[in-house]
Design a protein around this ligand. Sequence first.
Ligand SMILES: CC(C)(COP(=O)(O)OP(=O)(O)OC[C@H]1O[C@@H](n2cnc3c(N)ncnc32)[C@H](O)[C@@H]1OP(=O)(O)O)[C@@H](O)C(=O)NCCC(=O)NCCS
Length: 195
Amino acid sequence: MATKPSHIKLETKRLIIREHSFDDIDAVEAYSTQEKFWRYLQVGELKEGAGRSYIERVVAEQSARPRTEFNLALVLKDTGQVIGNVRLGVTDLDHGECILGYALAVDQWGHGYASEGVRGILDFAFNTLMMHRVYAMVDSENTASIHVLEKAGFTREGLLRENKRVGNTENTRTSSYVYGLLAHEYRTISCHTVA
Ligand SMILES: CC(C)(COP(=O)(O)OP(=O)(O)OC[C@H]1O[C@@H](n2cnc3c(N)ncnc32)[C@H](O)[C@@H]1OP(=O)(O)O)[C@@H](O)C(=O)NCCC(=O)NCCS
């Protein structure tokens, strides 16, 4: 099973998608303290103001064998600025299934960077890790993220009703769509698009 790559650096038109390092702590702190950033993120994801512990965790994950977590930095090629992150987490190594996640600094929304980053990481998931299925769970009101997934070719597979708390609140519940993309679907799509 292809979870061997030790130092990942991917490239798209405008982005480098690379391993995080301790130099990224300030950038992660900066974008993860923006309130709007958290609106649709759920308990258990990158915690507010926790840049250092997040980086410590994801750097430690880089040397795990087999490696099942790929939390990578999205970096602007032109400036070297870390503008967000993308995650592939292998949920079932034997069956070749992994979960996708991504988040960008609020001031970088609306430029197509998430879509570009997702295209880059899907190439890695299907062509390097040789995954069979990539799925994502998205808040049913997160229109921007739903757009990103559908543009990338994901199919809406179902709705998990009230499966998450909103933010970290106790009483307010939200539902999530499950989206999935299979290797053979990805190959068909990528024959017709340019990354
Ligand atoms: C979701 C997120 C990653 C999108 O990043 P982005 O770089 O702005 O996304 P893109 O520009 O690649 O694409 C967004 C698409 O949604 C559309 N969109 C954005 N907000 C929208 C809204 N409120 N209603 C309808 N469409 C919307 C954009 O027009 C764009 O579509 P287009 O390319 O067809 O024009 C970003 O908003 C984010 O980081 N949010 C916080 C974290 C998060 O929610 N992560 C996802 C968890 S599943």
